[in-house]
Design a protein around this ligand. Structure first.
Ligand SMILES: *[C@@H]1O[C@H](CO)[C@@H](O)[C@H](O)[C@H]1NC(C)=O
Ligand SMILES: *[C@@H]1O[C@H](CO)[C@@H](O)[C@H](O)[C@H]1NC(C)=O
Length: 174
């Protein structure tokens, strides 16, 4: 430790400016790889409709309809090693039995940096139902905008670009 300290102290001016440049480059690349962009996620309406099960027509099945407004600039996630992004909106709640449920209700694949400015006012793309067939006993849910970054080389990384501050109740079925 002492000799390292002494050596660092004795480093020439040229060497230390090289070192500074190197550290700056490393810091910059670390910054690039840990980009953590945040956006806005608003759930504008949640509605539940009483319907029928698709397979067993005699069984009732509630479907939740979720309207949302998402805006996010995900361009910082695009670097030389980004193949594509998988962006998704997830509803998170615990069911009556205490099990955790993460339900993907909307998603999008973003292949180009130019398409990474996200502005979507929409509704769930996938049928949103609970395993108990009803939302009567389902507690309020949180919603989160998440992404996976698929690289050309290396491991998939996960991130979150937005989350509702408060949980939203499921209203009675109409
Ligand atoms: C629905 O119909 C199926 C057969 O068509 C029957 O086996 C099942 O018990 C019925 N369920 C209800 C809730 O009536
Ligand atoms: C969606 O959210 C953005 C940013 O928060 C806002 O500017 C825009 O007016 C909203 N659009 C709708 C239709 O609510």
């Amino acid at each position: 430790m002492h000799s390292l300290y002494a050596r660092v102290n004795n480093v020439s001016a040229t060497m230390s400016s090289c070192l500074m440049a190197l550290l700056a480059a490393i810091a910059l690349s670390t910054f690039l790889f840990t980009a953590d962009p945040k956006g806005d996620l608003a759930i504008t309406n949640v509605k539940v409709t009483a319907g029928r099960d698709r397979r067993y027509r005699n069984k009732s099945q509630d479907y939740a309809l979720v309207n949302f407004n998402v805006s996010a600039d995900l361009t910082p996630l695009f670097n030389w090693n980004t193949k594509q992004l998988f962006l998704y909106l997830e509803a998170e709640y615990e069911n009556a039995k205490g099990g955790k449920n993460d339900v993907v209700i909307w998603d999008r694949i973003v292949r180009r940096k130019e398409d990474a400015f996200i502005n979507v006012v929409g509704k769930n793309k996938y049928a949103f139902k609970d395993i108990t067939n009803t939302f009567k006993k389902v507690p309020a849910a949180h919603y989160a905008l998440k992404y996976n970054v698929m690289p050309y080389v290396g491991a998939l990384t996960y991130g979150e670009a937005g989350r509702t501050l408060e949980s939203l109740e499921f209203p009675a079925a109409e």
